[in-house]
Design a protein around this ligand. Structure first.
Ligand SMILES: CC(C)(COP(=O)(O)OP(=O)(O)OC[C@H]1O[C@@H](n2cnc3c(N)ncnc32)[C@H](O)[C@@H]1OP(=O)(O)O)[C@@H](O)C(=O)NCCC(=O)NCCS
Length: 162
């Protein structure tokens, strides 16, 4: 289910019309960029875009597994021209607010060790390293190391009914 945040100003749910710009940011952000179909399937998840002057500057995708009250942050990226301005923080803050509203208790993600900015970002929200995975390579020094990071979310306070 997509989230309607259009009233919010500059963070809203993605639509298919956003894909050209999202694909461009993705290509500029990852060594293994996603193809169109991956973003298409993400429309059923939490897929937020952040706009600056009506142009998308970044996006975040998260998926909720309701049965186990768990969510996974799948992808976050900000266009290189817009990095360091707090936009990823804003996207993540909004995503976590949505997850608390949906009664999710645990958020998980994996991040490659070389993605230092992303690791700092997640740590600043309280994510902790839960596991380390090393993918071996035939070329020494080419191993890929990933952190599995986790954050426990607080329960949303019930609103008092007067
Ligand atoms: C990771 C990424 C999304 C951060 O986006 P951003 O909008 O520049 O991040 P913000 O400005 O919101 O910064 C949030 C925090 O991240 C950390 N951070 C951001 N850029 C950093 C950098 N270059 N070096 C170290 N820490 C950095 C800091 O802790 C920062 O908080 P602070 O400014 O209060 O210290 C962006 O660098 C990016 O798109 N990278 C490529 C894709 C990627 O690695 N995605 C994450 C894995 S899925």
């Amino acid at each position: 289910m997509s989230v309607n945040l259009d009233h919010d100003g500059n963070i809203r749910s993605a639509t298919e019309e956003d894909f050209d710009r999202v694909l461009e940011i993705d290509r500029d952000s990852f060594s293994a960029p996603w193809i169109h179909n991956f973003f298409q399937s993400a429309l059923k998840d939490i897929f937020l875009v952040l706009e600056i002057e009506k142009k998308i500057a970044g996006y975040l995708i998260a998926c909720v597994c309701h049965d186990i009250e768990k969510a996974v942050i799948i992808r976050v990226a900000v266009h290189p021209d817009h990095r360091g301005k707090g936009f990823a923080k804003k996207l993540l803050r909004r995503c976590l607010d949505i997850l608390v509203e949906r009664k999710v208790r645990l958020v998980e993600l994996d991040v490659e060790l070389v993605q230092r900015a992303a690791i700092k970002l997640y740590e600043s929200f309280g994510f902790k390293i839960a596991n380390i995975i090393v993918f071996p390579s035939n070329t020494p020094g080419d191993e890929e190391t990933f952190y599995i990071m986790r954050l426990e979310l607080p329960e949303m306070e019930e609103k008092a009914v007067s």
